[in-house]
Design a protein around this ligand. Structure first.
Ligand SMILES: *Cc1c(COP(=O)(O)O)cnc(C)c1O
Length: 354
């Protein structure tokens, strides 16, 4: 750090993203991207004319994308905010609503505590139960801003929609943020509840189920006044937060619903089959509804498994948090990639005394 850096930034902790090796020699199962390409419609629309359009600034209101998102989710455009990845939407939500403290699970998306530190917000991390589920009682009437990933990461476990409604109703003076990054792989969206709950903000992304992690497009859906709050922050930091190519890609992705629905169905099938195979090898595996598996073997600690898989060309994610350091998180890839993963794990387990 330089001697010029503002003292307020001393206490920042940085988010550590999963490895993004640029040589692409790994089977990459570490950051929950889709193993399939964006839809053919997306690829067609990102043409020379779309690139030529880069001469101009993008639409700061993201009108076409907000309109299409509103149509597909059953809300109105004024209920939709679009961000540069859902990380930006979450960042703005911490900035806007974190003031009196934020509550989220001790095991969840690692960025929440980073945003909390950035905005000097008090974070209360509530321990997940022994079975890795969220205990709704920790959030009912807590009087804090609540942030829950649903399905949660890295467990993949869901809280039912009626529990989320209960949490939101019991905290009428606080915003409840539901991060639905993985909902398309088998969760139930609470977007319909935003019609009646004015304190519910649902956050989604094109990075996972829509195969557009590189485009950086996320969204927030909620009461129009919440959306105005987020727009206010956007318009004081970066009004052109969505570039033209990403906007084109995201609209095209929404025009390709059948394609993505089929891919998500394939991922869910591969996920459940891989979970069974891991259990047959003696692993404990949570009942994930997301596009990743969270697994632990008594025979090998998480870091060793991660390192040995990496040495064999398969990249998975390991977290050093004490409570989950026995686990690895494995993104669900193609059936062929999962076959290779299972082969490598078998070999590693057979040779573990070496
Ligand atoms: C991947 C992920 C995000 C971030 O998604 P982007 O839209 O790519 O910024 C947000 N929340 C959770 C729980 C995630 O796993």
């Amino acid at each position: 750090m330089s001697r010029f850096l503002d003292r307020r930034l001393d206490r920042l902790t940085e988010y550590i993203p999963g490895e993004q090796p640029q040589d692409m020699q790994y089977i990459k199962l570490n950051t929950n991207e889709l193993p399939y390409p964006p839809s053919p419609i997306v690829l067609d629309r990102l043409d020379r004319a779309a690139c030529a359009g880069l001469r101009l600034y993008p639409d700061p209101d993201c009108t076409p994308l907000r309109r299409r998102l509103a149509e597909t989710t059953g809300v109105r455009p004024e209920n939709v905010f679009v961000g540069n990845g859902s990380d930006e939407v979450l960042n703005f939500a911490f900035f806007a609503y974190g003031g009196d403290g934020v509550r989220f699970p001790d095991i969840s998306y690692g960025f929440y505590r980073v945003f909390g530190a950035l905005h000097g917000v008090r974070c209360e991390e509530m321990p997940l139960r022994g079975d890795w589920t969220v205990d709704p009682a920790d959030y009912i009437g807590c009087g804090k801003t609540v942030v829950l990933a649903n399905p949660n990461a890295p467990t993949g476990l869901c809280l039912p929609a009626d529990e989320i409604a209960r949490i939101a109703r019991s905290n009428p003076d606080r915003v409840v943020v539901i991060d639905e990054a993985y909902v398309d792989f088998g969760g139930e969206s609470v977007i319909p509840l935003t019609a009646t709950l004015d304190n519910l903000l649902v956050v989604g992304t094109f990075s996972k189920s829509r195969a557009l992690a590189g485009a950086r497009v996320g969204f927030g859906i909620g009461n129009s006044e919440l959306i105005r709050d987020l727009e206010r922050i956007k318009n004081t930091t970066n009004p052109y937060n969505i570039n033209r190519l990403s906007m084109t890609a995201a609209v095209a992705a929404l025009d390709s619903d059948a394609y993505y629905r089929e891919k998500c169905r394939e991922i869910a099938e591969t996920r459940d089959r891989t979970a069974q195979a891991l259990r047959a090898l003696g692993f404990f595996v949570t009942d994930s509804r997301a596009n990743f598996l969270f697994a632990r073997s008594d025979l090998l600690d998480g870091e060793t498994l991660y390192r040995r898989l990496k040495a064999r060309g398969v990249l998975v994610r390991h977290f050093s948090d004490a409570r989950i350091r026995d686990f690895v998180r494995i993104t669900v890839g193609t059936p062929e990639q999962m076959e290779r993963l299972l082969q490598e794990i078998k070999t590693i387990l057979d040779n573990r005394t070496e």
